[in-house]
Each structure stands twice: as structure tokens, then as C-alpha cells.
Ligand binder design. Sequence first.
Ligand code: SF4
Length: 324
Amino acid sequence: MKAKPKIKSGRIINVGISSCLTGRKVRFDADHKRCRYATDVLGEYFHFIPVCPEFEVGMGVPREAVSLIEDIENPRMIGNKTGADWTKRMNRYTKRRVRQADISTLSGFILKDNSPSCGMERVKVFAKPGTAEKKGRGLFARTLMDKFPDLPITSEGSLDNHPHRENFIVRVFAYQRLQELFAQPFNRRRMVEFHTRHKYLLLAHNPQYYRRMEQLVGAIDKETPAWFRKKYRALMMQTLKYLSTVRKNVHVLQHISRSLMKQATEMEKKDIHQAISTYHKGQTPLVVPQTLIKYFANKYEVTYIRDQIYLNPHPKELMLRNHV
Ligand code: SF4
């Protein structure tokens, strides 16, 4: 069995995945839908926990294909040829499955598109025979998303889209850091430090939401630890769901670079401005100004900047910020 992959910090990051995306032949036609980016790239950093709801509920392989019918919000799952009704069994299974211990360790989930069990959005629901509306959600996906509203979840199709791919990976790492923090006894100083290290990452996703998080952290003494954690996690994950853009990154980079201006030489200041400007014009990737800023933060021991997650949100080997 493949060892659980650990990133450099020694963390093990558990991520759920629709089983067929790992290459397991569990689909209705006894085939798979391997997602190479997941297995070959992300598999180096994440320990995948495969779930196939249709196989685990006892439909067998190969099996009759199923569809969702009638109510978009609360559809029935019916066999395409025999009309066998799997709704109750599947709903019972999904409720039980999401309560199992391995699911509570997850920092993310990659779901198969368009599946009546796993699809997270735009799944066909046949309100009447022959009239499909692509507005549904698979039965397993719905239960998972209801039970873990803050969990980073994506579809395999979104992994083909670079900004969405990076956004998902940033959220998985952030969620995992939160889980690690929340596994320790509540400590206000540690919580504030955690928030401080995430400042620029959060700003690069949504400055308005960041300000709401600031208010929340400002009131940390007034709240119970349980309430605060729940609220903080929800707000942080909502903030990170917004895509970071060139404009937001430029704003953040300019903000950070001002903290280095006291120590930097005239030549170094020029280099930093130049790096931000070429990134702004789309001539260099984000990693260029970030690496330069990190270098000067180390050189001048500006720890507040050096320790920012924004400068190191995921392993550099994933090369998510190396594109223009
Ligand atoms: S989409 Fe989901 S239910 Fe269908 S084969 Fe893949 S893992 Fe199983």
C-alpha cells in the first residue's frame, strides 16, 4: 500500500475523492474516470480517501445506470431501465457515511462531475420524462456539503481551470492548518498569531471579508472558544472561496513592500517595484515579486512579512504561481 504522503512540515493531508477518479473501476460500466492531475500531481501531497457511494450502497459493478427525477431539491434516484428506486437506501447510506471517522479528518473533497451521486452542481434532474434540468446535486454530494459547509470541495472538471485549481488547493491547505490549530486547546494568543500570518492571503482573496474577520478577532475575548472557532472557520473559508486576481495581488504586494521600504536600499526598492509592475502587466508570474519580497524579508529579518502564509501558501513544487 502506498505510504501516506507528507509535505515538508510533516503534515498528512487527507482529501476525499470520488473513487472512479483514482482509476478504480467502480463505474456502472465497470470502467473508471481517472483524473491524472489528481492522482499524479496532487497525489504527491494529499492522502486520498476514495468513496464510491453507488458501489458502497450495494449497487454492484457493473450495474444499471441511475438518474435523478422529480424534485430538484429533493430528487429520487431511479434505475434507468428497471425503475428500481434507490432513493431511501442512498440517502440512508450517505447520512451514515458522512458521519464516519475518516470523513471528519478530511481537508477537502474532489467529486466527479455530472454524477447523480457525486456531482456537486448542475446535475441533470428529470422533472418529467425526457425533460432534464441541469440544476441538481448528487445525493452523496448534497449530504456531504450540508454536513461540512466549510469543507473545500471541488469537481474534477474545475481542476482543469487554473485559477479554480489554485483556489481549491489554497483552501485545502488553509483548512488543514485550521484543523491543526483547533486540535490544540484554545489559546487566544495562538489564534491571533494564526490570523496575523494569514493577513495577506485573506486580503488577496477578499478585502471586505478580511475586515469582517478583523472585527471577529478583535472581539475574541467576548466569545466562547466553540463559537469563535465555528465563526472563524466559516468566515475564513468563505473569504478564500473568492478568487485572487492580479489587481488584488498587486494591491497586496504593494502593501507588503511598503513594510520593507525602511530597510531596503534604493536599488532594492527599484527591483521590488519593477517586479510588481512586470507582474501587473502580465509579463511575469506572481511567484517573481513574491520570491523577491520573501528574499528581502529574510535579509532584513522582517519576521512579520517573512512568516506570511501569502508568500508560501502551498508547496512550491506545485508551481501554481509560475504561470503568467
Ligand atoms: S461518480 Fe461517484 S458513484 Fe459514480 S462511479 Fe464515480 S465514485 Fe462511484
